[in-house]
Design a protein around this ligand. Structure first.
Ligand code: PDD
Length: 280
């Protein structure tokens, strides 16, 4: 049976879901997106993800997407494609207009909405072994809080990591390790969990929020403050968080071991608590 996707109000076979050549997310990266994980056939954190989508839409002056409809569509795609472990990808583009013009179209706005649900194939072993990371300069803009599809600096950073045999690139801005190319970054330093404060320079990760809540519930001291890049070698543990990576221990940064070079107890405790939450 063909893979069913949703495009602009219609459920379609994957091959038939096409967008016009002048779609603004194709020409200008003029669009926003979300990625939601599905565990055991149930979307996890759908509400905060959809809320963030609505916020991204507001911030780029798009009409508010119909969140109830997107939730319903997501469930229908899970069922139609018989998915259990999966991801849901939602993208809203400003739509297709011509002639090409940087300024918003003056005609009636007609955003394009795409939802794709597909099986999630992760590598659970990585959570046991931990992963390597590199650091690289953050070359992004000053509105990283918007989940925009304009991801070229993120892609180049991730590719640099891949070429170095690493899982993630930790972005360095003004001397601080602020987040990963597609994840948030946390570390244990001076006995406390530290992560960059939510602001316009990072994406306010849904997983980040959940993991910080769990950390506080488990009695850890959490401080939302930057980790200086030159203090990374003093961290006893580090990990990245995201919808798809969950809590992923980082055991090496730029070729140097983090702590004893193995996943540490804080990451393990948070990973276990996060798994429990996601399976509930
Ligand atoms: N990326 N920071 C960046 C730059 C991200 O792209 C992501 C997520 C995160 C973590 O956010 P969340 O916990 O809400 O997934 C932080 C998604 C998964 C992606 O682009 O595929």
């Amino acid at each position: 049976m063909s893979h069913t996707v949703y495009l602009n109000g219609q459920f379609l076979p994957y091959e038939q879901a096409t967008i016009p050549v002048e779609d603004r997310s194709f020409l200008f990266a003029d669009g926003i997106y979300e990625v939601i994980r599905v565990y055991g056939g149930r979307p996890f954190g759908m509400e905060p993800h959809l809320k963030r989508l609505a916020r991204s839409a507001r911030e780029i002056h798009l009409p508010e997407p119909d969140l109830a409809e997107l939730a319903r569509v997501s469930l229908e795609l899970i069922a139609a494609n018989s998915l259990t472990e999966a991801t849901i990808y939602i993208q809203v583009s400003r739509g297709s207009y011509n002639p090409r013009n940087h300024a918003f179209p003056t005609s009636e706005p007609a955003p394009a909405v795409l939802v794709i649900a597909r099986p999630y194939v992760g590598n659970p072993k990585l959570h046991e072994t931990g992963v390597k990371a590199i650091t690289t300069a953050d070359q992004r803009w000053a509105r990283c809080d918007i989940k925009s599809v304009a991801l070229l600096p993120n892609i180049l950073a991730k590719q640099k990591a891949a070429e170095a045999g690493a899982y993630e690139a930790i972005l360095i801005k003004d001397g601080y390790a602020i987040e990963g190319s597609s994840s948030n970054f946390m570390a244990v330093i001076d006995g406390e969990i530290r992560t960059y404060p939510q602001c316009n320079y990072i994406l306010g990760g849904i997983t980040r929020d959940m993991v910080l809540d769990l950390a506080r519930q488990l009695g850890y001291t959490v401080r939302e403050a930057g980790i200086p890049a030159d203090a990374l070698d003093r961290c006893s543990e580090a990990w990245v968080t995201s919808t798809t990576s969950e809590v992923m221990p980082v055991i090496e940064i730029d070729g140097k071991p983090v702590g004893n070079g193995r996943p540490g107890p804080v990451a393990a405790a948070l990973s276990e608590a996060y798994t429990k939450l996601s399976q509930r």
